[in-house]
Structures are given as structure tokens and as C-alpha cells.
Write a new protein. Sequence first.
Length: 93
Amino acid sequence: AVALELDFTSTRMEDFPNISAYCQHLKQLSDQLKNVGAPVSDQRLVLQLVFGLSEPYRGVARLICQSNPLPSFFQARSMLTLEESGLAKMHST
């Protein structure tokens, strides 16, 4: 569980090709931690997701953190996927 926890807290978006892969990895680690008796709350999962984001996502990260209540992991993932699409369109023009 210690190795999983370390992996969970040190996961960063820049280690992945896109938001989906980053989110999927965090969710898998969260599920593995739950399976070994160290469950991760949805709120903690969202905060870890936000803290590991790269610079282009800082704006949406701020929106997620300022939401009250904090969005669910799946809502946050959707927000980030939309942002990723917008960034891709900006870079392609």
C-alpha cells in the first residue's frame, strides 16, 4: 500500500500523453488502494488530479478548486477533457 500511495501522490500529468490517460491512471491507483484497504475519497482523488496538472490547465484547475462543493472525479475529468479539446483547437489554428 505504501508504494501505491507514493505512486498516487507523485503522479503528474506531464508523464502522460493526454488527460484521459492521466485520469485513468489516477483512477486505477485509487481503485488499487481501495482493494488493499486504503480507500481514497472522491474529494482527495479530485484534489490529486488538480495538483498534478501541467501549466496549460491551471485555469480550469482553479475553477475546479473554487467549486463548492468540489466536483466529482468524473465531472472534473469532463471539465479537463473539454479544456484539452479547446487547447488542441487553439494550437491547430
